[in-house]
Ligand binder design. Sequence first.
Ligand code: GLU
Length: 515
Amino acid sequence: MEVRTRFAPSPTGFMHLGNLRTALYTYLYARRMGGKFILRIEDTDQEREVPGAVDVIYKSLKTAGISHDEGPDVGGPCGPYIQSQRKDMYLPYAKKLVETGHAYYCFCTKERLDEARAEAEKKGETFKYDKHCLHLPKEEVQRRLDAGESWVIRQNIPTTGKAGFDDVIYGHVEVDCDTLDDNVLIKADGLPTYNFANVIDDHTMGITHVMRGNEYLPSAPKYNLLYEAFGWTPPTYIHLTPVMVEGTYRNKKTGEYLMATDEAGNPVLDENGQPVKAIVKRKLSKSQGDPTYEDLLAEGYLNEAIVNYMALLGWSPRGENEFFTLKELEQVFDLEGLSKSPSFFDKAKLTWFNAEYIRKLTPEQYLEAAAPWLAKALDPAKFDFKRLAELLQARTEVFSQLPEMVDFLAKMPEFDNELYTHKKMKTNPEIAKTALEMVRPVLAGIPEADWSETTLHDAVMAAVAESGMKNGQVLWPLRIAISGKANTPGGAFEIAYLLGREETMRRLDQSLGKL
Ligand code: GLU
């Protein structure tokens, strides 16, 4: 049997990292099995439409390299692939269930339901629909339908017995039917709920493996009852364990952060006496401030690094190797490697991955990726980006760091003369003054046309040797004097070259004047 998997996102306007991972695993499994990967847009349960949100899904999948075989934009034999465009398909199925007694029309008003809900809340119980309309005589149902009363169709869950299903990760999952609510299958507007649509769609699209977040685990027994009611074979279920993070927690309603307390319940204070936010283990969440896939790309993480990292967040390869291209993952991904426990998103680990990927870029690839970031701080007409890229590649972890790493070239930072003090280099402001006075005429003697790293190096090193000073005693102060920073990409010669003769001399004189 051909494996058919699907990714079924709701158009929210961004790609949650957990969703990206689901898409990735679903895609990889289809590829590994030589099957088909289907994209379905689930837009019927949306409170409100987010403009452009579907395009975000296409764009994110495309960027990640996850290509679908069937979907709204590429077509296929089971279309349409957008739920709202399938809206007329669901009611006939629901009516079939009504006929067989597995579902029923419900005419209960919002007021009645609100009252019942409030009642349950008062008693501290979770609300469960009381099957009021299940017991309406058939003739009354027909009369009310004919009269044009507003209705929904509810699933008729048995009141006794158990409902269960088998899951690849969670094993056999079983619940008592009397804990399940008679969920709405078709809403008053005639549209299906997610609970109903996903079952009809998965069946009619021939989906063999349903992979999704474990938040659907509690509902899956109900879906299985629907499969049984229709006499359909359910798909293989793979509910993925969640992607967690250790981070701060903010109450969505009040906007207040959870604050850290010690064992006695007192606030934990930082060195300034300010209360500290608590760090908790929770699900990765955009509303808590965690990054989405788009955020990471915008921050200068490489797509390949994100995909590789996300693939490992909940799935383990057989060997020691941690580095995989998407193509390689398509060869090795398996269900056996899926984690049975939650995984933790660790931005530091992702950053490490990213740095590794950056190092593996060819100089040309690096320059191409780095140039827009360098241009945020430097005028490309004034600076040699190619040389700068060579100096930066090994020390770049994330591209967004670049503007800050190079902006000293555009504008000389203010600095304290104490920066000249360096124990290992055996230098201090006083020695720096001597060194800079010694080296100034050497630099001034190099004509503009010869201003290169080699010339600078040879001229300065010769002068250092002659002066009897140590290399570090001259090179450290020179670098500080023209960069204003202790940490720079490249040393004194590279910086002098990048700045050019005029700016180097200007900075040198200015710094000397302050010594
Ligand atoms: N539309 C659901 C979501 O975005 C997908 C659930 C499923 O895969 O069945 O969470």
